[in-house]
Design a protein around this ligand. Structure first.
Ligand SMILES: Nc1ncnc2c1ncn2[C@@H]1O[C@H](COP(=O)(O)OP(=O)(O)O)[C@@H](O)[C@H]1O
Ligand SMILES: [Mg+2]
Length: 406
């Protein structure tokens, strides 16, 4: 016990001393957070201009056209819209023009009620957390807007989530609001990560919501490089990152997706790896470690959210793989799986269902399954797991029932 205490004490001292003496890599860690909006957004001038032009009528007290923005994740949609409305809000304030700008992320808000509640709060109207009918909230909002002659812009980010979860009724109501409250108005900006989102909207909502449209294309690896260089200059102290590390982050994120969020995340995690390492500079090797870490976290998240039966099948595949010389067949996995079910007190599914679950695990990239044909000896499915026991241990460490099975 005493020894244990001393050890812990010493190792803490080590950690703290290292932190005290190590060269500080980060200057502004927050500049690499995904919700940080930089003042300068390279390669988005066209989109900034179009968005600004669409909203400019607000400065003359007229209702702007509705605006629908779409593009894949990490193409700068949220950053551009926040940048434009912040600037416009500042201009309105200095010129004493009255206008409200309200931003909400629909996915984070979660329910139609919360979305409306955020709009209500944004225009200075307090409504209870729950309990009112949606139509009641909407009519209070409209009445308040009419009475106070408000000129309100409401940004609905990740609007595709709203329509997928709840249909387009609320959007219909919102896009229709201005006709009930004139000369007050509510102008809507919708942002969608899903390019096919428009197909899910009814014709009446679509025509009202997309009077103007702006598309955000993915970034090229070269563009990502410039974006990352700008961010790195803000985030790190001078001389604390190498050009090669930045280039590698850009190349790793640009080749497949053109996603600036992934690139910025990778840079942040690489910086954290380097700092923890006590390194004097962020280098390529830190980026490689960070990439591995991101992949592991992604796998860990996928594992945690599997349904119980799929977890059992995966564990059975990993265990069988350890026992046998050859790649495990679906038959031997099934035997192992049945034992696990007994231990876990779960009712085993049929071999057919298990075969289906193995295919799902394959789709998730957690195993590879292939049918091998032995001619007249029949066919069997061979399964190669892509996770190790230690990865399973790590993912399920807080899930006692499962970690016991390991
Ligand atoms: N042109 C750009 N310049 C600088 N940073 C950018 C640019 N485009 C995107 N980013 C950054 O990349 C990340 C993702 O951008 P975001 O606007 O959230 O993408 P989206 O909303 O399209 O998914 C954010 O950290 C954002 O600041
Ligand atoms: Mg976004």
């Amino acid at each position: 016990m005493g020894l244990q205490l001393t050890l812990t004490h010493d190792s803490l001292d080590d950690i703290f001393n290292k932190a005290l003496s190590s060269p500080k890599l980060f200057q502004t860690h927050d500049a690499l957070r995904s919700d940080y909006v930089p003042h300068y957004l390279p390669f988005r001038q066209d989109q900034i201009t179009s968005t600004g032009q669409t909203l400019a009528p607000i400065l003359q007290a007229s209702k702007p056209s509705s605006l629908l923005i779409y593009g894949k994740t990490g193409t700068g949609k949220t950053a551009v819209v926040k940048h434009v409305i912040t600037k416009l809000d500042e201009t309105c304030k200095t010129k004493h023009i009255h206008a409200e700008f309200i931003y909400t992320n629909v996915r984070t808000a979660g329910t139609e009620y919360r979305i409306l509640a955020e709009l209500a709060t944004g225009i200075g109207l307090s409504i209870p957390f729950t309990g009112l009918a949606l139509t009641e909230v909407l009519s209070r909002v409209q009445q308040h807007m009419r009475a106070n002659q408000l000129h309100t812009t409401f940004v609905l980010d990740e609007i595709d989530y709203l329509v997928k979860s709840f249909g387009d009724d609320l959007l219909y109501q919102l896009t229709n609001t201005s006709s009930n409250i004139s000369p007050a108005f509510l102008s809507i900006i919708g942002i969608s990560n899903d390019l096919k989102f428009k197909e899910e909207l009814g014709a009446r909502v679509l025509s009202r919501l997309s009077e103007e449209e702006v598309v955000f294309p993915p970034y090229s690896a070269i563009e990502l490089k410039t974006i990352l260089q700008e961010r790195a200059k803000l985030a790190f102290n001078p001389g604390k990152f190498t050009e090669a590390a930045i280039n590698l982050c850009a190349a790793l994120s640009g080749s497949e997706h053109g996603d600036a969020r992934r690139a910025v995340d990778l840079l942040r995690i690489a910086g954290e790896v380097a700092e923890r390492d006590g390194a004097h500079q962020l280098e390529e090797r830190h980026v490689r470690i960070a990439l591995q870490k991101i992949d592991q976290d992604r796998i860990s998240d996928a594992l945690k959210t599997l349904p119980l039966q799929a977890k059992l099948v995966l564990i059975a595949a990993v265990k069988t793989n350890g026992h046998e010389q050859t790649r495990p067949s679906s038959g031997s996995i099934y035997d192992e799986y049945s034992k696990l079910c007994q231990l876990a007190g779960a009712e085993p599914l049929t071999t057919r269902r298990i075969s289906g679950l193995i295919s799902e695990l394959d789709t998730l990239g957690l195993v590879s399954a292939a049918v091998i044909n032995y001619g007249r000896y029949g066919r069997t499915k061979k399964v190669v797991p892509h996770v190790t026991t230690s990865v399973l241990h790590q993912a399920f460490q807080t899930d006692l029932a499962i970690s016991q099975l390991l």
